[in-house]
Design a protein around this ligand. Sequence first.
Ligand code: KG4
Ligand code: ZN
Length: 346
Amino acid sequence: MLDVGCFSSSPSLLLAIETSCDETAVAILHGHELLASEVASQIALHTVYGGVVPEVASRNHLRTLQPVLDRALEKAGVSLSQMDGFAATCGPGLATSLMIGASAAKALAIGFRKPYLAINHLEGHLLSPFFGAPDGLGQNPQRPAIALVVSGGHTLLVEIEEFGRYRLLGQTRDDAAGEAFDKVGKLLGLPYPGGPEIDRLAREGNARRHDFPRSMLDSDDFNFSFSGLKTAVRYLLPKLDTVHLPDLCASFQEAVVDVLVAKTLRATRARRLRLVALSGGVSCNFRLREKMRTACAAAGVELLVAPPALCTDNAAMIGYVAVRKLARGESSPLTSDIDPNLRLVA
Ligand code: KG4
Ligand code: ZN
């Protein structure tokens, strides 16, 4: 077994860039220690369009990356010439956004004659709960985990065997969980992205008010489907005399959370594992965290969840994967492409 948690030589200084969608992010790590993590959100720019506009996103990355990078260097108290490597997200994501971060990291790698590391955004999310965890992943390879990655673009149930060895157990057949939150948010007239708004409103609501479908709850696989739930909300709305937003949000959210929690716990039983790692933007959700915590405790399963700043898109999670690859002597060719459809498991 690989013991990737231990470094053979002194820890590396690494700069990571994340521009896969609409966050411009730069992080600096010294080994596993996070020295700086800066994120410039573009949400305000895209809200007027009700979603991310690729050209607006990439042009804004182009303008914002330099100041974000400067802020990260200043916070970390280091200079570019001290870096041992430069990493960037190479996919999945918006092609024109990915190209900005990847080009910048390659240029830095060329200029400072240091390795370039192309990192899978999904692997960043997947491993983010282990960042700062006492035993980390890899230092304790005897404890594989079930990981639920729930973001705006993906809903994946994965078995982590060890760093770099992942088995895809299931995924969504249609909308990702975050996408369902955002689409239902739009139906309810909430600002983009709908996820955090629904979470906020649901805290005051009655989750039993509307009985929404729990799609694929009893299917004997680990796949998900959320488009039927979105349609159920759409059909219900015209039938209501008045829309009580908190109750509607709480009921919708409960339907999503119930399926996510039930399938994750079922996976731990099927694979006989006692560790769950929850990640991705939707793992900021208050009810998901609460229900997953309760279910894991009842089943005697340990739960790792990243702090909210590491759940939504950030460069720290990209740096965390890159530092591990660098420690194994891995790097990427400067001719490597981005891949908007990159998968976690080939
Ligand atoms: O991981 P992320 O920042 O970007 C992707 O890689 O997609 O996830 C963004 C998604 C959005 O769909 C957003 O609505 C959702 O995460 N999200 C939430 C919450 N915070 C962010 N969904 C539900 N509850 C939240 N508190
Ligand atoms: Zn993401």
